[in-house]
Every structure is written in C-alpha cells, then in structure tokens.
Write a protein that binds this ligand. Sequence first.
Ligand SMILES: [Zn+2]
Length: 101
Amino acid sequence: MVSQTRRKARNDLNELYRKMELEKDPRNIAFLRAEVRRIKKQKILRKVNCCDNEKCQEAIYEGQQVIKVGSDGIYCNMRCWAESIGAITIEMGEEQTCSSR
Ligand SMILES: [Zn+2]
C-alpha cells in the first residue's frame, strides 16, 4: 500500500515537472510549482539531492526524472539546465539574424 502511494506521488511529480518544462505562461508555472509543493509536503518521497541551478536549488526526490549534464550536476528539467548556462527566451525582432550566416 505504501509503495503504491509512493509510486503515485512519483508519477505526479514527474508529470508536473514535464508540464512545467513546456509551459510558457508564468501564471500556469506558478500553479504547477504550487502542486509540486503540495506533493513534497506529503513527505512520501525521500529527498536525495538538490537542483544545481543556483536560482532554483529545489529539492530533488527519489524517483524524480532529472537532467544530468556530464559531471556538471543535475537539474529539475531542461528549463533549469538551460537557465544555468545562461539561456533565456527572447522575442525575435527583425534586427536579429541567424548567427551562422
Ligand atoms: Zn531546478
């Protein structure tokens, strides 16, 4: 019974992080983060590490799917990793051109 509860929490957590990665609307991201906190508060999953994105540093739990980049560390998702190497989302204007041309 316990393991089933744990499996569900694990699946829910991974699902939320996947959604967070694709979500663009900050309001929806905030909602998803709140849902993640709700699962963490249940204290079903054991904390095993932390996200290496300095701005995030969120706890990482057993069973959580994370992004690992060489020996550089582990990240909640692609978004956290991209942020850690300085990637940002911008809106393209006419003045920006493809850097390979
Ligand atoms: Zn993170």
